[in-house]
Design a protein around this ligand. Structure first.
Ligand code: PLP
Length: 374
């Protein structure tokens, strides 16, 4: 079977698994314990992983807070900022195409009285810097939270410009970078307004159940404190209590090191594979398909395609012995996609849409399967 659902999750890299195994066997120390070598080794392994992730993102190692994944990071940052600075009273600006872990968090806060502005997007799912600036001027928000790259259609938002605007207005800016880490190279130091980031290891060939919230240090009147979700023993600078999952953290660190080293070749390969697939689908299906994404300024390897008149669920079931695809986000596949709806697609068009998400570990010949599909 050809696995083309890498936006849902990725296959763990063998090097990652090898790096994790000792910490599931003999190296079982708790990194918060002291005085004996088992604990010291665990602490050292966590620090090394932190440094590898920091190198990948361009932040400092002590700005990384380990979480269970991007859902938790998004909840923690948005609820945490809203409570710390605004007692849930100050506005949060976001978009209509966020992942459900951002949208549902905002809806929860809204139910507690927090004003939320949901910015509309263009036909490819992007907001414009002007829209963000206008909304900031009108609402004096405590936080702007905008997805970096969309998990369903792959479009990239103008993060550099939004970061600049947020810095100018002294507004904290959070971006959910879960789908872009490794597929788009960036250095957080070049985005001084970007104060918070969310990411997840299982989207980048690491283990499930581990992710990070980047909480940048305070600087130049920009504050970045949050009220934690989990209180307890004070791990992770008091931001996230609980014994660290050392094996998962080590795996996350190894995954970060691997994608950092391979970033440019992986990105090039993803772009080539995507173009190859676009060509195959276009020549095989012609005007019977519609690409929901444009082909520029996007995450390489994510394609959203409407097969006109074909029910997507029936199609995916029929293809399931040969190829793993999805109708959209794995997290909300039972509901029609809010992302496709936000870009103006009708219910019928949504029900005919399939998401392809590629990995650099496949070959062009794997995609030849679609040449013969009727
Ligand atoms: N944000 C985006 C953009 C995602 O694509 C996902 C997962 O699909 C998440 C957040 C949630 O990540 P996790 O599974 O680590 O909670």
């Amino acid at each position: 079977m050809i696995y083309l659902d890498n936006s849902a999750t990725t296959k763990i890299a063998p090097e990652v698994l090898d790096a994790m195994m000792p910490y599931l066997k003999e190296e079982y120390g708790n990194p918060s314990s002291k005085y004996y070598s088992l604990a010291e080794k665990a602490k050292k392994a966590v620090m090394e992983a932190r440094e590898k992730i920091a190198t990948l993102l361009g932040c400092d190692h002590d700005e990384i807070v380990f979480t269970s994944g991007a859902t938790e990071s998004n909840n923690m940052i948005i609820k945490g900022v809203s409570e710390y600075y605004g007692d849930h009273k100050r506005t949060i600006i976001t978009t209509t195409v966020e992942h459900s872990s951002v949208l549902e968090t905002c809806r929860y806060l809204e139910s507690k009285g927090c004003p939320i502005v949901y910015l509309d997007v263009d036909q490819y799912g992007r907001v414009s810097p002007d829209q963000v600036e206008r909304a900031i001027q009108e609402t004096n928000p405590v936080l702007v939270s905008i997805i970096w790259g969309n998990n369903e259609i792959g479009s990239l938002n103008p993060i550099a410009q939004i970061s600049k605007i947020c810095k100018e207005y002294n507004v904290m800016f959070h971006s959910d970078a879960t789908q872009v880490v490794g597929k788009v190279s960036f250095d957080m130091k070049e985005f001084p307004g970007l104060r918070f980031l969310s990411l997840s290891a299982h989207k980048m060939y690491g283990p499930k159940g581990i992710g990070a919230a980047v909480i940048r240090k305070e600087s130049e009147n920009i504050y970045t404190k949050i009220t934690p979700l989990l209180h307890g023993g004070g791990q992770e600078n008091d931001y996230r209590s609980g014994t660290l999952a050392v094996h998962n953290i080590v795996g996350f660190g190894k995954a970060a090191e691997l994608i950092h080293n391979r970033a440019s070749s992986d990105q090039q390969k993803l772009a080539e594979l995507e173009q190859y697939l676009v060509d195959i689908l276009s020549s095989n299906f012609g005007d019977k398909i519609v690409f929901n994404n444009d082909h520029t300024n996007k995450i390489p390897g994510i394609l959203s395609v409407q097969f006109k008149g074909v029910n997507n669920e029936l199609l995916l079931k029929k293809l399931s012995p040969y190829v793993a695809l999805s109708t959209g986000s794995a997290c909300s596949s039972s509901k029609p996609s809010h992302v496709l709806s936000a870009i103006g697609k009708s219910l019928d068009e949504i029900r005919q849409t399939v998401r392809f998400s590629l990995s650099p570990h496949i070959e062009k010949k794997d995609l030849d399967f679609f040449k013969n599909l009727k």
